[in-house]
Design a protein around this ligand. Structure first.
Ligand SMILES: [Zn+2]
Length: 400
């Protein structure tokens, strides 16, 4: 008998709810995954081609990151799943010992490749590398993710922009359910790779509810809320998030895709989400924007030329311990190392924020944490975004 098949008899995911906020829907959980336990709420940094832009896996480990994202679309093309399988999957390829989540590859195609066409079979597109026509089916997406060996795999879904309305939204939602079943059937490693379903339905409450009803009948290890953060009104956004968490099972993780602004993270934790990802903190770092509890600093601006403080005097990251704003300002003009230093800081900021959120939930003071967070981010009450005030009020957190 092959030993490879016989190793794992326990389920590859277990969620333990550590604390729940008595006021809002916020919760702190321990999510046991094959490579380590993840403390939620959690922000998952996004890597591309197995390397975090501007940061190494050692640094990511030092920052306490327990799970990050690998990009299926890029990895499926280059170096290709066969090669990655040979080096013990994406973990071996990156030399990353903690958890990895891979996307289905579908969203990247729809958003990056102009010529993509969706049919019942899958997503057809032209390779940006060699121009060849490729069909990505739910089965192939899972086959690639099985080769990559990620701890969490995402189903292939039929993605429509959140601003699209009309019959296309319903078609995409229903197709995503059918594709979920094909993905479940295609998973060769259910004993060590967790497949998450993605709730669709655009900004239409009835369609979202129908998708939730249908998908939660499947015994998948976790659920993602998809099809949001695509330029829709914030009012529509939070209402779809809270509708989703109202109907998702309490004992399974809830992953809100594509959300990474600090205010959005705090509000969506209050609405009951556990996991988040976004390219924003790393992308904005490359433009010289450093995230701080009171907003952001544009390091390239003249005012930092003679500012000898670190980015954030309270931040414990390697960048803030060693370098001043003036140094980073000067370095930015000549060296890409400046982007690297700011990337480390921005990831540290996101991870620290989520750890503080978690601690406040455990200590049963989350509503007060939210009030303090908002006061620091927006010195004037008038600056509070109306949608955030309304969303928080919907879960009984009133701002002063
Ligand atoms: Zn820092």
């Amino acid at each position: 008998m092959s030993t490879k098949k016989a190793v794992c008899s326990v389920a590859p995911l277990a969620l333990r709810i550590v604390a729940e906020c008595p006021v809002s829907k916020a919760r702190a959980c321990d999510l046991r995954l094959p490579h380590c336990t993840v403390n939620t709420p959690v922000f998952m940094p996004v890597g591309t081609q197995g390397t975090m832009k501007g940061i190494t896996v050692d640094q990511l480990e030092d920052l306490g990151c327990q799970i990050c994202l690998g990009n299926t679309y890029h990895l499926g093309m280059r170096p290709g799943p066969e090669l990655i399988e040979k080096v013990n999957g994406l973990h071996g390829f990156m030399n990353w010992k903690r958890n990895l989540l891979t996307d289905s590859g579908g969203f990247q195609m729809v958003s990056l490749v102009e010529l993509s066409e969706v049919s019942e079979e899958g997503v057809r597109f032209r390779s940006p590398y060699d121009g060849k026509e490729i069909l990505l089916t739910p089965e192939q997406s899972i086959a690639i993710q099985n080769s990559l060996g990620s701890d969490i795999m995402m189903q292939l879904d039929d993605v429509v922009s959140s601003t699209v309305t009309g019959p296309r939204v319903e078609e995409a939602m229903k197709r995503s359910i059918r594709w979920l079943d094909r993905c479940i059937a295609a998973n060769k490693n259910p004993d060590r790779q967790n497949l998450f379903a993605i709730i669709q339905g655009g900004l239409n409450a009835e369609l979202r509810k129908a998708c939730l009803d249908e998908m939660t009948k499947r015994d998948v290890p976790g659920f993602a809320i998809g099809g949001l953060s695509g330029g829709e009104e914030k009012d529509d956004f939070w209402k779809m998030v809270t509708l989703s968490t109202d109907h998702l099972p309490r004992e399974k993780p809830r992953y809100l895709m594509g959300v990474g602004y600090a205010v959005d993270l705090v509000v969506c934790v209050a609405l009951g989400c556990d996991m988040f990802d976004c390219v924003f903190p790393t992308r904005t770092a490359r433009f010289g924007s450093a995230l701080v509890p009171w907003g952001s600093l544009q390091i390239k601006q003249k005012q930092f030329a003679k500012d000898f403080q670190p980015i954030d005097p309270d931040c414990q990251c390697a960048t803030c311990r060693r370098h001043s704003r003036t140094y980073l300002h000067a370095l930015f003009k000549t060296d890409t190392a400046a982007m690297h230093h700011i990337t480390i800081h921005n990831i540290a900021y996101q991870l620290t924020l989520m750890r503080s959120v978690r601690q406040s939930i455990i200590e049963q003071r989350f509503p007060e944490f939210v009030r303090q967070f908002m006061r620091r981010m927006f010195p004037l009450r008038e600056q509070y975004p109306a949608w955030a005030v309304e969303a928080l009020a919907s879960v009984n957190i009133t701002l002063d």
